[in-house]
Design a protein around this ligand. Structure first.
Ligand SMILES: N[C@@H](CCC(=O)N[C@@H](CS)C(=O)NCC(=O)O)C(=O)O
Length: 278
């Protein structure tokens, strides 16, 4: 549930926002560009640091599924905004998504970074989409399978097929095939199952959705990239049909994110390719 800045910033919330800016001047410049702001009747909310890419998409879906009040703070990673001190105060790793919960443990502000940590944190906070307690071992296993396997290998497959210089066949094969292998593991697991964990929709399905949505980039050249993984295709379509998925897709649509992959974008996204001169 996002609310537009111009019509909803009531006086009390404005004071709270100003107090916050005084306490946390480093994040004030990013916040001042936020495209959406406080829920009108509640001061508790999530500040959601966002770029329209797979890992933030999972969090957009969760927030839209639950209706937790949140404010979108765009982080234009192609302009290098993930490297500013303001954003590093929220995520020292300089990547999106990240959140600040204005009412974290003990009523204090808390930051959470990394999409899987955020999904778990918010699911525990809201008590939603965790599945049955007896399925927690499966939930953790599949969440971390996606976090440490399916996601990163998909990301590297995208990098080497779309961004890296030509001629790196070994790297292309390595990451593309490992991405395919992870897709296959999850596809096999979904034989005869509606969802990844137990028989209910959980944060594991949301996490998978974020990457399955980019299958055409991961499996470059395929007309119907999930055709070879019919259970993944079915899961993707099930999640995609949920009204929250359409709302999640529109998160950040009012912000003009940089689209072109020019030298500035390459330096911002792949800084380790540009070591400082000796
Ligand atoms: N393990 C992290 C990965 C986050 C990540 O790689 N985010 C990408 C967008 S999907 C990003 O921030 N890219 C910009 C950069 O690496 O500078 C997570 O799951 O949140």
């Amino acid at each position: 549930m996002v609310v537009n800045l111009s019509c909803s910033l009531v006086a009390r919330d404005r004071l709270i926002a100003l107090a916050h800016i005084a306490i946390y001047p480093a994040v004030a410049s990013l916040q001042s560009r936020s495209s959406t702001v406080f829920h009108p009747k509640e001061t508790s909310m999530i500040r959601f640091y966002f770029h329209p890419t797979p890992n933030p998409a999972k969090i957009a879906l969760f927030l839209e599924e639950t209706g937790l009040p949140y404010e979108v703070i765009p982080v234009d990673t192609k302009k290098g905004e993930q490297h500013t001190p303001a954003f590093r105060a929220v995520n020292p790793n300089g990547k999106v998504p990240a959140i600040v919960d204005t009412e974290g443990p003990g009523g204090k502000e808390a930051r959470v970074f990394d999409s899987t940590a955020i999904l778990l944190y918010l699911a525990e906070k809201s008590g939603k989409f965790l599945g049955a307690p007896e399925d927690r071992p499966e939930l953790l296993s599949w969440l971390f399978f996606i976090a440490s396997g399916l996601g990163p290998f998909s990301g590297q497959a995208v990098h080497f097929q779309h961004a890296a210089p030509d001629g790196l066949a070994y790297a292309v094969n390595r990451y593309r095939r490992e991405a395919e292998r992870h897709f296959q593991v999850l596809n096999d697991h979904l034989n005869g199952r509606d969802f990844i964990v137990g028989n209910t929709y959980t944060i594991a399905d949301m996490s998978a959705w974020g990457w399955l949505d980019r299958a055409a980039y991961v499996l470059k050249g395929s007309e119907d990239p999930l055709a070879g993984f019919p259970n993944l295709k079915r899961l993707f379509e099930t999640v995609e049909a949920r009204p929250a998925a359409a709302r999640a897709r529109s998160v950040g649509a009012d912000h003009d994110f940089k689209a072109v992959n020019d030298e500035e974008a390459k330096r911002a996204l792949f800084p380790s390719n540009y070591p400082p001169a000796a």
